[in-house]
Structure formats: C-alpha cells, structure tokens
Design a protein around this ligand. Sequence first.
Ligand code: SAM
Length: 176
Amino acid sequence: MSWLYPILHRKPASNLLVVELAALTSGDRVLDIGCGPGAAVRGAAPLVEEAVGADPSGRMLHLAHRRSRRIPNVRYVQAPAHHLPFEDDLFTAVWTIHSMHHWGDEEAGISEAHRVLGSGGRFLVVERIDPGKPWGVDAAGIHRITSMMRKAGFADVDWTKHRVGGADEAVIVGRG
Ligand SMILES: C[S@@+](CC[C@H](N)C(=O)[O-])C[C@H]1O[C@@H](n2cnc3c(N)ncnc32)[C@H](O)[C@@H]1O
C-alpha cells in the first residue's frame, strides 16, 4: 500500500457513503474492519455509542489514533479480519471498505464479521467496481462475495451500485 494513501484519502467519499447507508442510531456499536486511517470510524462516532476500527497495519493505526485524539467513543485495535479480538455478538453494525481484496482469507474474515455481529445487525462490504484492477471487483467478484456471505450465515444478502467521488462502488449488505 502506498504511503500516500492516507494523505490522499483523508475523507473518502466511500467512507461517508457507508456511514450514511448504515442508518446509524445512538445505541449502535460499530466495527470497521481494515479501517486504515479511520475516516469512517470518525464519521460514525458522533452518531453511535461506540465506534471501533481494526487494522493489521501499525502505520495506519498510528494515523487513525492521531486523527481521532479528541473523540472519546472511538478505539482502535491492531488485528486482521480473520482474527478479530472481540467477543461474539458485540457489534450492531460491521463494515469493511476497500479492504476485503487485501485479506489473505476472505472466508475466514467474513466468518469473523458474522461472529462479532449481533443477530439482526448489518454487515456492509464496499469494493470499487473496477474490472481487471487488483483493487476492483467485477460481477463475478460481487457474486463471490455474496456467496461467501450467505455461506457464513448472513441473511437478506443483496448489493447496490453507487456513484460517489467519481467512482462506481459496490455495496454488498447482509443481516447477521
Ligand atoms: C485501501 S485501504 C482502505 C482503508 C479504509 N477502509 C478506507 O476506506 O480508507 C485497505 C486497508 O486494509 C487493511 N488490511 C490489509 N490486510 C488486511 C487484513 N487481512 N484484515 C483487515 N484489514 C487489512 C490495510 O492495512 C489498509 O488499511
């Protein structure tokens, strides 16, 4: 990942989109898997009880901490998607933005998301629709993600396409 990423993407449109689509309320406890510098965590914090970011990169978390210093209900943990250090059913909303294509084991990460999400909670996966690019998904990639989510136990799995920040984003949603 380029060292420029957190500088160029301080408030990505994709992150703001997810905060909006998650329809957050004051009782929510949210988890952002692969949170990077934490823009979506900070976007969610004023709307929810607690906003947590998880990321395996110490460099990303250093930036996330630095940019979140004055926000009391935010915390970050260093962890990969396939090994989340949280108890079962802790969160009411979980999301991952432009991160799943980095996961070594997507099925294990999705299964962890399902474990830490309480029954009825929502899981949102955002990937850029950019066929042929290492960071992009095409129709087959979206189908693969929806299949893995159903297999992990998510219900009502569906996806929508959104044009934000000059890009097409696939938002895949399931219910825990
Ligand atoms: C393109 S950045 C996106 C960051 C943030 N979600 C955003 O939209 O700005 C991808 C992030 O995924 C993280 N990542 C890489 N491997 C991961 C894994 N196995 N589990 C969770 N996150 C991972 C990276 O450290 C990086 O912060």
